[in-house]
Design a protein around this ligand. Sequence first.
Ligand code: FES
Ligand code: FES
Length: 156
Amino acid sequence: MKKKIDFVLNGAKVSMEIDPLKRLLDVLREDCALTSVKEGCGEGECGACSVLLDGEIVNSCLIPVGTIEGAAVETVEGIRESENGKRIIDAFAEEGAVQCGFCTPGMMVGAEWILRKYEDPTSDEIRTALSGNLCRCTGYDMIISAVKAAAKGGRK
Ligand code: FES
Ligand code: FES
């Protein structure tokens, strides 16, 4: 049975009649056309579906949309407009942190979360924070360098 759900998506109010058990991942991709959010494993193991939910990084494949009433959801489509987001995108390009790109939106969501949490994140802090985000291509070092560069770019 459908239910009315209201939430805030990338800063805009959203209201929809929807199956409350539908995964947030599918709602974002199918009902909101936000295809940066990827499905890798579908069971909380890869981080490809990462989004920010009230500022915390979550796996959207594990979240029934009925549980997010009133919450704020952020994806790369929203994050890329912010100062942090622009720095993150530039740093990923400059450091060669994108290869096939499948993990990249989830990594960038993780990077945004790190930049909000740490002014000057260490490599260990970045590795720990991104430990739920898997990448088959890069070997991670370029991604860590990109997050460090993005954080450095934001410091006065
Ligand atoms: S698709 Fe959600 S964690 Fe892998
Ligand atoms: S760039 Fe291919 S999975 Fe990370």
